[in-house]
Design a protein around this ligand. Structure first.
Ligand code: SF4
Ligand code: SF4
Length: 177
């Protein structure tokens, strides 16, 4: 398929109209923020005093992928590895494990021995959440992750459960979408 080259108007061919439009938009928001700071009207600001102020995300926001437990504190993940298989950037690494036969959860076939998500690779697509048959992995509201090394940006199983917490039943997985 050949896409026809658009015919540009004289204004589009010149550099300065677009430049002036950009400056006008920047000035509009700069002056609005300046007035808001001077008058103390915080609602009018278009910027945040980060990191003291943080963006409040809405329900259904797809932040970092996390693992969740049920209301009895049991791991929901059965280490089926579907999420690992489907993850586009291969950010998930699971080491399957077994549940001890004397455990009250022994009827569950497996549980992950280790579960790692590389947050440098993760693109927050949500496919792991979509594919999980146990509703064990959810994208939560957390979005601020920093680290000085690559290793710090890999969330291990302990960290994933800390972030995910408990997901109460009945699971309203689709309610906020
Ligand atoms: S959100 Fe997407 S990229 Fe991130 S771990 Fe899940 S499937 Fe992989
Ligand atoms: S989180 Fe879900 S899809 Fe991923 S291994 Fe566990 S049970 Fe399977």
């Amino acid at each position: 398929m050949v896409v026809a080259r658009p015919n540009l108007s004289l204004a589009e061919k010149l550099f300065f109209p677009a430049l002036l439009t950009g400056i006008r938009i920047t000035w509009k928001y700069f002056s609005r923020t300046l007035v808001a700071v001077i008058t103390g009207n915080r609602d009018k600001r278009v910027t945040l005093y980060f990191p003291e102020e943080k963006w409040e995300v809405k329900d259904g926001y797809r932040g970092a992928p996390t693992l969740v437990k049920d209301e009895d504190g049991r791991e929901k993940c059965v280490s089926c590895q579907l999420c690992e298989f489907v993850c586009p950037p291969k950010a998930i690494r699971i080491t399957p494990g077994s549940i001890a036969p004397d455990s009250s959860n022994a009827k569950i076939e497996k549980a992950p021995r280790e579960f790692k998500i590389d947050m440098i690779r993760c693109i927050y697509c949500g496919m792991c959440e979509e594919v999980c048959p146990e509703e064990a992995i959810f994208l939560r509201k957390d979005y601020l992750f920093t680290g000085l090394t690559r290793a710090e940006m890999v969330h291990d199983k302990k960290r994933l459960y800390e972030l995910g917490g408990v997901m109460q039943r009945p699971i309203k997985k689709w309610a906020n979408k």
